[in-house]
Structure formats: C-alpha cells, structure tokens
Design a protein around this ligand. Structure first.
Ligand code: UDP
Ligand code: MG
Length: 326
C-alpha cells in the first residue's frame, strides 16, 4: 500500500578505485537508468549520481571530470589517496545527505543489477528507511570467495552480529537513516554490520550479480582480510569473551592434570611423558599467542579511535548545481 508519496530525490553514490577500464560505460549505464527513473516519475529531476574517486592512480578521475563538466547529473568527489571502499561510500553518503531524500550506494563495476533500483525505490516509498540489496546467489564467485564469504557470514552470526547474509554495500538509505549515520563518529566502520543495528524499518531486495565486464576486482586478499577483521572487531567483543572461556577451561584442565599426576605419583608411577608435555606446551603457547593477537587487534582499534583522525580527506569536489538534464 503506497500512502502519500515521500520525497524522491535520489542520489546514487558510486565508489571508484582504479576503474578506468569501465568507468565510462558505468557513467553511461547509470545515467541512462536514472534518466529513465526521472521520466517514469519514480524519482525527482533533481536526482544525481555522485562518483567518489578513492585515490585512483589511473585515469579514473580525469575521465570522471570530463563527463561531469558537461553533465549536471554527475558530480565527483575525490580523495587525496586511497582510504578504502567503506570510507568512499561514507563520504558520498554524507556529502549527499543535505540534498537527497534517499541515497543508493552501488559499485562502479556494474556487477550489481541496476534494474533492482525500481524495487529499492518502491520499498522506500512503502515507508522503509533502509533497503538492503541481497544477491540471489554466488555463481559469479570463484570457489575461494564463495567458501570464505559463506564461512564469514556464519562466523559473524555465531558472534552475535545482526548481519544480513549476502548483503554487501548495494543499499538504499533514506535521509532520516543517513542523518543518524552522520552521528556515528567511529573510524572503524563496517557499514553492512552497522546499519542493521540502527533498527530502522527495512526491507530486502534480491538482485542478480553479474561478472565484472572490465577491469579486475579492487578487493585484494589483503583488503578483504582487513575488511573481515574490521567487521568482527567493529561489531562484537565476543572474541575477547571466548578467550576468557578458553583461558578458564585450560586452567581447569591444568588443575585436573595436576591432580591426576599427583595420584599417579602416589601410586608409584613415574611416566616420562615427553611427548605429552611438548604437545601441551606448544598448544598452550599457540593459544596464548593467538589470544594476544586477538586482544592486540582490539587494542589497535582503540588506538586508532583514540587518535580520532579524519576517516577520509577530500581533495576536490566537482558539484553541479541545478536540475539533472533529462
Ligand atoms: N573500491 C574502492 N576502494 C577500494 C577498493 C574498491 O572504492 O580500495 C570500489 C571499487 O572501485 C568498486 C567497489 O569498491 O566500485 C567494489 O570493489 P570490487 O568490485 O573490486 O570488489 P568485488 O566486487 O570484487 O568484491
Ligand atoms: Mg565488483
């Protein structure tokens, strides 16, 4: 049931890092889609597309500036250096919040089906403040990504995180939700985990994922691992509790062993037990080091938060006032 129509200025926020192979096509496809939505009166003629250049080292920025100079629908925000995907979408959303009624974040590589936008907008018009894009399947992923992604979502659920399986950062947020996001000052941002904790009325839209048409994934293994660890540490302190429990259990095991050895000694048995003690030492050392590593991760995060450095630095912002030409 669609009641009174809500404000419908749409901003698409598109993070780009070294996307020169696809960026022109991306501009064209996204622009065509927004133009169509304007014609169908689904979104306002004030709707725009904001590209966020995340410190690309190739020609992405030049190509974007070229189109933005001639096209009032396109604006370009550019970072001084690479601050990462999460920072890029955050910057785009925060730069749009004063103008847009709703913002959709979408990757520059056109892997996420742009036609799902109609469903996003419809869900927004039904009164949802957040709409999550969830991929229908993972057939476009390789075995490694499929396996690690599935395991990761399971792990996050186990740690008690309110995360939506197979939702990445294809997401609509209303002005109301964005104004709330603006209040979150943390440096360690994991958007897909944070947004559900806000508790706004939300819905899910399922979409198809395509193969990348040009260029390669900008998520290196290192970046993926950083995102994974950031995700856990920004959402949950359960790993620290698990360490406590493991510590407690190994203490109990130690006491049990001591009693056993004492009884054995009373019985007159002197066992060499070389293998046992080496294995116990190695296992315990391993657990200790792992635990210290986990604690270290959190201390590192506290350190970064305590410094409170800017989450990104904007070098330039090419912004076109006025309506988007249709
Ligand atoms: N991206 C970014 N900064 C980065 C890495 C990626 O802005 O440091 C952008 C990238 O240009 C793309 C989106 O984030 O628009 C998703 O990246 P990609 O498609 O390479 O990831 P994948 O789909 O392989 O997970
Ligand atoms: Mg991609």
């Amino acid at each position: 049931m669609i009641s009174e129509k809500r404000g419908n200025i749409l901003y698409l926020v598109v993070p780009c890092f070294n996307e020169e192979e696809i960026i022109e096509k991306s501009v064209q496809v996204l622009k065509e889609k927004v133009t169509r939505l304007i014609k169908e009166s689904k979104v306002s003629h004030k709707s725009k597309i904001m590209f966020v250049n995340d410190g690309s080292k190739d020609k992405t920025l030049q190509l974007l500036h070229k189109v933005a100079k001639e096209d009032s629908m396109i604006s370009v925000l550019s970072f001084t250096t690479n601050f990462g995907h999460q920072s890029a979408i955050l910057a785009g959303m925060l730069a749009s919040v004063d103008y847009a009624d709703m913002v959709v974040t979408i990757d520059a590589d056109l892997q996420q089906d742009i036609e799902a936008l109609d469903d996003f907008i419809e869900a927004y018009q039904r009164g949802n403040e957040v709409v999550y894009g969830v991929r229908k399947d993972r057939h476009s992923d390789g075995f490694f990504k499929k396996f690690t992604a599935t395991a990761y979502y399971k792990l996050l659920h186990f740690l008690g995180c309110d995360i939506i399986t197979n939702h990445a950062d294809y997401r609509l947020m209303s002005k109301k939700a964005l104004l709330t996001l603006k209040e979150y000052k943390e440096v360690n941002l994991f958007m897909r985990g944070l947004v559900p904790t806000m508790g706004f009325p939300s819905d899910i839209v399922y979409f198809d994922v395509k193969e990348r048409e040009a260029g390669s994934s900008k998520y290196t293994l290192k970046k993926m691992m950083k995102l994974a660890v950031d995700g856990i540490t920004s959402l949950s302190i359960k790993p620290l509790r698990i360490i406590t429990v493991i510590g407690l259990l190994s203490c109990l095991f130690g006491v049990g062993m001591a009693v056993y050895i004492f009884i054995d000694w009373l019985a007159g048995n002197t066992v060499p037990g070389y293998a046992t003690s080496v294995m116990t030492t190695l296992t315990m050392d391993g657990i200790t080091l792992l635990s210290m590593g986990i604690i270290g991760e959190y201390i590192g995060k506290i350190y970064m938060e305590a410094k409170g450095r800017p989450r990104y630095i904007i070098e330039s912002f090419l912004w076109n006032e006025g309506d988007s030409n249709d």
